[in-house]
Ligand binder design. Sequence first.
Ligand SMILES: Cc1cc2nc3c(=O)[nH]c(=O)nc-3n(C[C@H](O)[C@H](O)[C@H](O)COP(=O)(O)O)c2cc1C
Length: 144
Amino acid sequence: MRALVAYLSYSGNTEEVADFIANRLTMDGLAVSMHRIGIDPPVFPSDYDFIFIGTFTWDQGSTPDEVKDFVAEIGYKPENVAVFGTGDTQFGGDDLFCLAVDKLVRFYESKWPGLKIEQSPRGNQELKIVNWLEGVLENAKAFA
Ligand SMILES: Cc1cc2nc3c(=O)[nH]c(=O)nc-3n(C[C@H](O)[C@H](O)[C@H](O)COP(=O)(O)O)c2cc1C
């Protein structure tokens, strides 16, 4: 099984989540490719059994332009997209918290709920990632 972990991160929080996800997937025996959105050369989504897309939320609940460009670059809606992200409830409270995650989940009609992490995942939010990943992998097995 192959997984792509594509993410955008300015100040490192989303990257920490991406790294954590990549490590867990590797431990589970998947072959993982990391993709830094806006930096690394284009990817071929059809090469992967799972596509994880990670983003932070910006500017009143907005999705960063780099992520929008990445989505446009993919050019179609793969069925196996799982979305994660980081945000900060200080910016507009629950309504705007990780709104970019919700938008991508809707856009891709993802089979899985989005994973929303408050700032850095270090500490007790790591368990949230582990549980979410379990759900993604289990559900995917059911679909296989
Ligand atoms: C100008 C600005 C606007 C932001 N707006 C939001 C927002 O609307 N919703 C949210 O959940 N987080 C918002 N955040 C918080 C970031 O999404 C959060 O710090 C995130 O973890 C940054 O990700 P990164 O470390 O991967 O770059 C905002 C941060 C900044 C600096």
